[in-house]
Structure formats: C-alpha cells, structure tokens
Write a protein that binds this ligand. Structure first.
Ligand code: ADP
Ligand code: MG
Ligand code: ZN
Length: 613
C-alpha cells in the first residue's frame, strides 16, 4: 500500500526560535551583567586604601556589596569597574565607618533573603531546563513534527456555520445522498425522530486524501445551516498530556450548547489508532487518553440531543476497533477517487472561477488525468490560471490546462499509480473478467460496481455487495467465488495470450487459495478429505506444513490438502474459462466501456449482458 501520511499543519518553527531567543537574552543578561566581576574582600580593601573606590552599595542581608571603582582593575585579564564583593563579616558598621571616612558614598540595597538570590540565580537554568524538557517531549511526539511546538490552544473550539453547501461539491453523488439524511435531521431533529427516523451517532467518511471528505463534512453543516465544530486528530497528538482529553470534553460541551450541530473530527486515525500497539516514544499515552475520552463522550450522548459526529480518515485499517463498534462510528461513507465523469464535473466546478478560452475542452483534460483526486484537479485549474497569467494571456486555454495537467500528474505519479495505456487495457479486461463471471454464476452477490480507477496498489476493483447479511455459505456459493477470483487472470489470458499475463492477479490468487484451503481443511467440502475439521483455529502464519511439522496432521494429509486446493482452483479456472469464452463479445463490450468511462455500475453491466447475442 502506498502509505499516505495525513497532511499536517506546518510546524511552528518560529515559536521555537522566539523561545530560544528569549532564553538566550535572559541568560545573557544574567551572566553577562556587563562587567560586574567578583573581587575578593582583601583586593577590595586594597583598592579602598588606594582611594580607588567611587561608590558602594551594601546589601547587609546578603553579606555582599557592589562597588564602583574609579580606575579599572584587571580581573581574569579583563578591566572592570563594577565589582561584587562578598563580605567576610556580618556586621557592616565598621566598614561603613571606614567608607565614610574615605568620603565614599554608601548606599544600602535590600536584596531580600539569600533564598531569593539563589532562586534568581537559578532562573536561567530553570528556563533552559524547561525548554529542553519540552523539546524532548516534542521529539517523542512525532518525527517530522518534532519542532511543532505550542499548539496548545486549550479549549475554545469555536463553532462556525459554513457557507458552502452540497452544490459546492461536485461528483460523489452517493456520499451526498447518504449525508442528506443527516442534513434532514439537523434541520429539524424532533420532526425527524417523530417520523421514526433513526440515526447513527457517528458517521465515518473514508477515502483517499483529497477526495473532498473535509469539504463534504462542511457542506453538510452548511446545507443544514447549523454550527460546525471541528478539530483535527493531528491537533491532539502533540499536546501536553491531558490537554487532548480536556479538548475533547470541551468540544462535546460546546456542541451540547449549540445543538443541533455537527462535530467533525478530521484525520481520526491520528488519534484513533489501535491502542496498545507500542508507538515509539511518549506520544502514546497522550493519544490513548484522548481516545478514551472520545469514547467516553461518544457513549455519553444520545442522537436525540441533536449532535451528529462526523469523522474522516484515509486509514480506516488502523483505527481502534472500539471506535467502530455499534453506537460509535458504526456507519461508513466511502468517498472514492473520481472517474472520468466525476473529474470533468470537478474540473468544471473549479473552472467557473477562471476565464476560459473558447478552445477549452474539459472532457479531454478529464480523460487524460486518471488517478487524480478532487484536490489535485482543483490544483490543476489553479496551475493553469497561473500559467496563463505568466504567459500574459487574457484567458486560460487548452494548452495551459494540458501543461498544468502534466505538472500535476508528475507530482502524482510519484505517490500513486498512473497507468500506461497498455496497463489500462489489460486492467480493463482483468476487471471485466471478474465482473462477467460474477454476473454469469447464479446465486452470487451481485456486482455493485466495477472500476479501473487506480486505488493504492490496486489497479482496479470489482465490488460485489451481498444484498442480505450472510452468515452461512453454501459450497456452490464458495465455488462460484473461486471462479470469480480466477476470472481476472483468465480474461487477461484469453485476450492477450498466456505470455502477456500480468502480476495483477497475485491478490486474487492469494484470496482464492486461502478460501480453497478452508473449504478443504475446515469446511469438509471435498470428498478426498471428508468431513474433517483440521487446523481448527488457523492462523495466517501457520500453514498445514507447519502443523505437519508439529505432528498435528500427518505428512500425507498435508499433501492431500495441497492436492485438493490445487484441484479446486484448477476447476474454478476451467469454469471461468468456459464462461468467458462463451461470452467473449460481452467481455470486449465491458472492457471497452471501462476504458471509456472507468466505472460501470450494475445497471450498465446488465444492459451489456442483455445486449449480447
Ligand atoms: P480530503 O479531506 O478528502 O482530503 P478535502 O475536502 O480537503 O479532501 O479537499 C481538498 C480540496 O479539493 C477541496 O477544498 C476542494 O477544493 C477540492 N475538492 C476535492 N473534492 C472535491 C469535489 N468532489 N468537488 C469539488 N471540489 C473538490
Ligand atoms: Mg481532509
Ligand atoms: Zn483481480
């Protein structure tokens, strides 16, 4: 997986700089009190005898004096006129008499108790120590942000009502439909509930970076015209211990005061990572405290109080399972990368802000920018406007857009996949193969959507969603699943020949093999092994060979299992081959549609299937 670290606000280096300067200044003032040097009492007495003392300030409590000399004396090789002298006696009266006799003006100083002096002299060290302490805390709190200090804006999460609405979010129709329910609730909670509406407490927006999750959350609040309280998970993690938890409390208290409203936690993964998996250093306890507080608060309110909790993440896989339990973030809304049509819509929306030349064709730009997110596309329009300005043009033309696209995609290529034409073609057939086999085998979960919009390391995806919650699977169903899994590679092979097949099927094979293994060794679904439950509690790391090595199953049984797995997979491949071979025209049609539109939904697939001779 391409790991995309959620973007974080820029580190506030200048704060550190400021603090360092202050510390340096204080230290300078303290140690360097320009040229006050300590002089022994005998040397001072000698200077007094030589009539070299101009004035004296005595601090009897501290048993010390500061004297000003007429002529500089050398202390440690430096000429000094201000000297600090510790007195070897407590009674200063005789000294004062002597000074007065020498016509030296004498003044008294109240330095307070010696403790004050000691504390004061420790001050710079305390400052330096404190500085160091916080530096270490910050270092532990997170590598790159080591120097991001001073984010401790405790409390004060001020509500705002965003001015944007769903009309400002292009594409993502499915997500908008799901969020509309929340809008209806916020607009009129009592009415909504009187009609029996039941809402989840927490809704999690899941999707790659830049797909408009934050935008959607704001638009939901804006659409309902209700307050929006937001905090980012990454704000929590580098705070001082205890502050994160208190901000969570504050957040919910504020929300209760402003209900009906939305609480939005951006980058939930930053705070909601699985507890107990040791993080490096001490950011850990703080995050756990914050997370625990969040769970406590979530359990402590009812949807009837008019608060909806939204959160966004691009790493749902790392979230603590406690967060996903019923009554917490139990609903997910998936926000996908846009396909061609979506990209065109997003481009169109952002292009409204810039003057366009007559030759501009946003559809062409959309076709040429697979894998780009909404944020990338907004950036593309922005870059094009900058280019046009630099080129002294009145309007943004197609050339500017194409150049901007190249610039933006170059940046993207490094962090995700942008497919070549050949790769797209083979991916389209691969996914078409999965989808078609799925369509042709009765009793399987229907294909919800097929896409060749790359996502992480996956080049494409075929989503099959079961219509009912299944808890028990038949052998026929599982055999069908095996055939669907093989369908991808089989389609590649049918169309491009055995030499051209790609590594794209590795994940399919891994899943199919695991499924077949369980059919053979746990579900008792093959005659050769019979109704035996071997490896009752399989762990992914313990394969049957290791069980054999540990004497739990015999070597023959292990071999038999292997043989049966291979047989199941080979038969599944055979079935997929037969099905696809018979429907080659439909396979080509699906692939062609995928190449053109990048996604196909269930209706589109069924239409293609029905259209075939
Ligand atoms: P995410 O939170 O998913 O990382 P954001 O909501 O922060 O993404 O999106 C960043 C920017 O990208 C938005 O402010 C907007 O300009 C643009 N953008 C992203 N998705 C869309 C979309 N569907 N429609 C319009 N603009 C979008
Ligand atoms: Mg965001
Ligand atoms: Zn596949």
């Amino acid at each position: 997986m391409t790991d995309r670290v959620p973007s974080s606000p820029p580190p506030r280096r200048h704060l550190w700089l400021l603090l360092a300067i202050v510390v340096a200044l204080v230290a300078q003032l303290w140690f360097g009190r320009s040229d006050v040097r300590t002089l022994s009492y005998s040397r001072f007495a000698a200077e007094l005898a030589h009539d070299n003392v101009a004035a004296v300030t005595i601090a009897p409590e501290a048993r010390a004096l500061v004297g000003t000399l007429r002529q500089a004396v050398r202390v440690d090789g430096r000429p000094v006129t201000q000297v600090h002298v510790t007195l070897p006696f407590a009674d200063v009266a005789p000294l004062v008499t002597r000074l007065e006799a020498a016509h030296v003006p004498v003044d008294g100083a109240d330095t307070g108790s010696p403790w004050t002096t000691i504390l004061l002299s420790l001050l710079p060290w305390l400052l330096i120590g404190g500085f160091w302490f916080f530096a270490m805390r910050q270092m532990r709190a997170g590598g790159a942000q080591a120097l991001a200090f001073g984010r401790a804006r405790v409390g004060a999460v001020s509500p705002e009502t965003p001015q944007i609405t769903f009309a400002d979010v292009a594409d993502v129709a499915e997500a908008k439909t799901e969020l509309q329910e929340i809008v209806d609730f916020l607009k009129n909670p009592e009415h909504f509930q009187r009609l029996g509406g039941h809402l989840p407490k927490g809704v999690l927006l899941v999707g790659p970076p830049g797909t408009g999750k934050t935008l959607l959350a704001r638009a939901t609040a804006g659409e309902a015209g209700r307050p929006f309280l937001t905090i980012s998970g990454s704000d929590f993690v580098e705070l001082f211990v205890g502050v994160g938890a208190s901000r969570v409390r504050d957040l919910f208290a504020q929300a209760k005061a402003h209900a009906p409203c939305i609480i939005f936690i951006d980058e939930l993964d930053a705070v909601g990572r699985t507890r107990g998996i040791a993080a490096v250093g001490g950011a850990h306890e703080e995050r756990e405290q914050t997370l625990n507080q969040l769970l406590v608060e979530m359990d402590g309110f009812q949807p009837s109080e008019g608060i909806i909790l939204l959160a966004a993440t691009n790493r749902p896989d790392v979230l603590d399972p406690a967060l996903l339990r019923p009554g917490r973030f139990d609903r997910r809304i998936i926000v996908e990368l846009p396909d061609v049509r979506g990209r065109e819509q997003i481009l169109r929306m952002h292009a409204r802000k810039v003057p366009l030349a007559a030759d501009v064709d946003l559809n062409t730009v959309a076709k040429g920018s697979p894998g780009l997110s909404g944020a990338d596309l907004a950036n593309l329009i922005n870059e094009a406007a900058l280019l046009a300005t630099r080129r002294d043009k009145e309007r943004v033309d197609q050339q500017d857009l194409e150049d901007a696209k190249d610039k933006v995609t170059l940046g993207i290529e490094r962090r995700s996949l942008v497919l070549t034409d050949a790769e797209r073609r083979i991916t389209a057939y691969h996914e078409a193969g999965h989808a078609l086999v799925n369509l042709l085998i009765p009793g399987l979960d229907p294909v919800h959507k097929v896409t060749i919009v790359p996502r992480g390391q996956a080049l494409g995806l075929t989503y099959a969603v079961s219509e009912t919650d299944r808890h028990n699977y038949s052998k026929a169903y599982l055999l069908g699943r095996l055939a669907v899994a093989q369908g991808g590679r089989v389609a590649e092979e049918l169309v491009f020949g055995p030499e051209q097949v790609t590594t794209g099927a590795a994940q399919d094979f891994a899943e199919a093999t695991e499924l077949a293994r369980r059919m053979v060794s746990q579900f008792g679904m093959t005659a050769a092994l019979g109704p035996m439950g071997l490896m009752a509690r399989p762990t992914p790391l313990l394969q049957e060979r290791e069980y054999a090595a540990r004497g739990e199953i015999s070597e023959q049984t292990a071999q038999l299992i292997d043989k049966e797995i291979r047989r199941l997979l080979t038969e599944a491949t055979g079935e997929a081959q037969q099905l696809l071979q018979a429907r080659l025209t439909t396979l080509h049609a699906i692939a062609a549609q995928l190449l053109e539109h990048e996604t196909l939904d269930r209706a589109g697939l069924e239409a293609l299937l029905a259209a075939a001779p």
